[in-house]
Design a protein around this ligand. Structure first.
Ligand code: TTP
Length: 195
């Protein structure tokens, strides 16, 4: 019988790593079950509503086949009211980096956790300040392979740290899961980190 404490409805290796970093055993405590949902924003949907809707959809879909508390999350990069998803091509990635270069933007991450208390949610917005990125740096960054599966086409936990002057808010939320807020929700659902 599985002794897992939590189902993670996510294909993101970052979310699993983040949960491991606060004391979960990735193999024993977490059952990973990615769910496939349509991530297209609705017409006129605000970025705040968008990330919350997707986190709820992931948690709900993941919870259908388990009695374990189930976590779904979504991260979006938002600049000038535009939601930047994951780049679909080199040009798309370079366009995104050009938009982000030399200014600040917001990263919104929503988390939904189902469990005995029903569906609990939280949303964290973090401001990320990027320096100007030269065209040759953007090209080299794309060639590194890092932007591919990242919202906004960059990874703060990787080489994009070279471009990021500072962050106001939650660093872990930018990587994919706001750990402080997530641990509070988990505790409310009866998932304790201190065993
Ligand atoms: C901005 C940023 C995003 N990301 C990643 C986190 C997420 O994995 C991804 C945002 O896409 P999401 O759609 O939130 O997540 P996902 O598709 O990877 O996984 P799932 O939907 O199955 O949970 O971008 C970083 O790793 N570093 C960063 O600095």
């Amino acid at each position: 019988m599985s002794s897992a404490l939590l189902r993670l409805a996510s294909a993101s290796p970052r979310r699993l790593e983040l949960l491991s970093s606060i004391g979960f055993d990735a193999e024993r405590d977490i059952e990973v079950m990615p769910v496939d949902i349509d991530e297209t924003p609705h017409e006129g949907e605000s970025p705040e509503a968008y990330v919350l809707r997707l986190a709820l959809a992931k948690a709900s879909a993941g919870a259908e086949t388990t009695t374990l508390p189930t976590l779904g999350s979504d991260t979006a990069v938002v600049v000038a009211d535009r939601i930047l998803g994951k780049p679909t091509s080199r040009d798309h990635a370079l366009d995104m980096l050009s938009l982000l270069s030399g200014r600040s933007h917001e990263v919104m991450t929503a988390v939904a956790i189902s469990g005995p208390e029903g569906l609990l949610t939280t949303r964290v917005t973090t401001r990320v300040f990027m320096r100007h990125i030269e065209a040759h740096e953007m090209a080299a960054y794309w060639a590194s392979g890092e932007p591919v599966d990242k919202a906004g086409g960059y990874a703060i936990q990787g080489r994009a740290a070279l471009f990021i002057e500072r962050v106001e808010g939650s660093h872990s939320a930018v990587v994919g899961l706001p750990l402080f807020e997530t641990a509070k929700l988990l505790a409310r659902q009866g998932v304790s980190l201190w065993r």
